[in-house]
Design a protein around this ligand. Structure first.
Ligand SMILES: Nc1ncnc2c1ncn2[C@@H]1O[C@H](COP(=O)(O)OP(=O)(O)O)[C@@H](O)[C@H]1O
Ligand SMILES: [Mg+2]
Length: 443
């Protein structure tokens, strides 16, 4: 079996942390993979390699393949990896109608200019997220309600260049139609001639990523609390055939109670059967994504195994200085199991990290319910957890709606880049061209 301890498995902590993993890890999309020369591709990319078999890929120490970076180049025009992506198919029933989010009322529309920017909360591969506040003189300002929000902003030209138009529209349309206590809320969307904007609930406790790196690792009980919330959120998403595809501590935020909220639906997709786009974050990719066999909900359960390992051990099980090496290790399937990891947790992780999807925990006959009933979760009161009745292991320090102490300090955005939020800094309307606006009509 591929997951037994093997003498040649190296403890990833021997070269971890490294500059590659000290900061948040970036997500990527399949169009970026084409920057590899053919002989740099792991054999898995040709579909020749069985997930449990030996890797015949090139020696990772040879050459220096770059997976992320050379995107939007000519060669990428031929890549059809994203072409199968569709927005929500019309027959799909999601919990809420689109009108659930802010309805544009022509008599008193909510405008970008109703908000002012307080600071930058985060940046990812595609987006920049700002803390914003409703102006005191906005007609929508009410003293008794929440005034601070997170505004996710994506530059239209970048989205088009990186071939993310369908993903961004799906992010908006899926988030608009779901509601769950462990998933960030979307309230409204906007666009100006440069950007699209998503108004989200501000989740003030910071990324699980920073809390985990600070703690080093979590105990099984702490891990159980966080993973339990994720499993409930995945059960909800999967019940509507939504796969999430970017589970990792960088996309998990702590709310004021200390409960997790999943953010970043940039790769979420409604999938009736299978999908082929190679996207996600290298350390968290399931082997079937790398091998491009077609993937589905099972990839989120694989990622649960990676997340559980990373929380308990402090670093992910498949790690290398460059993504190429990570893919090789995932496909090879050998995991280093530290001595201190208890046997029950190891078996639980192994149940997720099964390269055979038909045997992977979460993807069996009873789906997510098998995960809830697993012995590792024995004694968890799922109803109490979903209702927020279980005390969280870490209550983040937050004293006001504008408290950003749990986020790293990032530069304030350039007002000229955000014309809707800074109308006075923007070009006169006749000079504001918007050639890509037609691709974002839902915003
Ligand atoms: N609702 C939110 N509240 C607070 N911070 C957020 C929120 N949404 C995102 N962030 C921060 O911004 C970062 C980038 O946002 P994300 O949606 O993950 O963008 P990307 O798709 O570029 O990765 C997150 O990792 C997180 O630190
Ligand atoms: Mg992200």
């Amino acid at each position: 079996m591929a997951y037994n301890d093997k003498a040649d498995v190296v403890d990833p902590s021997s070269f971890y942390p490294s500059p590659h993993t000290e900061g948040p890890r970036l997500s990527f999309d399949g169009s970026q993979i084409s920057s590899l020369a053919p002989d740099e591709m792991p054999a898995a990319f040709d579909g020749e390699l069985d997930a449990t078999g030996p890797s015949t890929a090139t020696n990772e120490s040879e050459g220096d393949p770059i997976f992320i970076g050379s995107i939007g180049t000519e060669e990428n025009e031929d890549v059809e990896l994203t072409d199968e992506e569709e927005e929500i198919p019309p027959h799909v029933a999601l919990p809420l109608p689109l009108e659930h989010i802010y309805v544009k009322d022509p008599r008193q529309p909510l405008l970008l200019s109703d908000f002012h920017v307080i600071k930058t909360l985060g940046t990812g591969t595609f987006g920049r997220v700002l803390l914003v506040c409703l102006h005191a003189d906005s007609p929508h300002h009410r003293p008794d309600t929440v005034q601070h929000f997170a505004m996710k902003i994506l530059r239209k030209t970048e989205v088009v260049k990186l071939k993310q138009v369908k993903h961004v529209n799906a992010e908006r349309n899926i988030l608009a139609r779901i509601q769950h206590p462990f998933i960030v809320d979307l309230y409204a969307t906007f666009q100006d001639h440069l950007n699209v904007y998503m108004l989200l609930s501000y989740v003030p406790g910071g990324e699980l990523f920073s809390h985990l790196r600070r703690a080093g690792r979590f105990t099984p009980d702490v891990t159980r609390f966080y993973l339990g919330g994720i499993v409930l959120a995945l059960r909800y998403l999967h019940s509507y055939n939504i796969i999430y595809r970017d589970l990792k501590p960088e996309n998990l935020l702590l709310d004021h109670r200390g409960y997790l909220r999943i953010t970043d639906f940039g790769f979420a997709k409604v999938v009736d059967d299978r999908t082929w786009t190679l996207c996600g974050t290298p350390e968290y990719l399931a082997p079937e994504i790398i091998e491009q066999k077609g993937h589905s909900k099972a990839v989120d359960w694989w990622a649960c195994g990676i997340l559980t390992y990373e929380m308990l051990v402090g670093y992910p099980p498949f790690f290398d200085e460059n993504p190429f090496g990570i893919y090789q290790k995932i496909v090879k399937g050998k995991v280093y199991w530290p001595q201190e990891l208890d046997i029950a947790s190891k078996e639980f992780i192994q149940a997720f990290l099964n390269p055979d999807r038909s045997k992977r925990l979460g993807n069996l006959a009873r789906g997510a319910d098998d995960v809830l009933r697993h012995t590792w979760f024995e004694g968890v009161d799922w109803v109490a957890l979903e209702n927020g009745k279980i005390p969280a292991p870490l209550i983040p320090q937050v004293t006001s709606g504008s408290d950003t102490r749990n986020f790293t300090s990032l530069p304030f955005p350039n007002p000229a880049d955000l014309p809707g939020l800074f109308p006075s800094a923007s070009l006169p309307p006749e000079l504001q061209t918007d050639p890509d606006g037609w691709q974002f009509l839902d915003f």
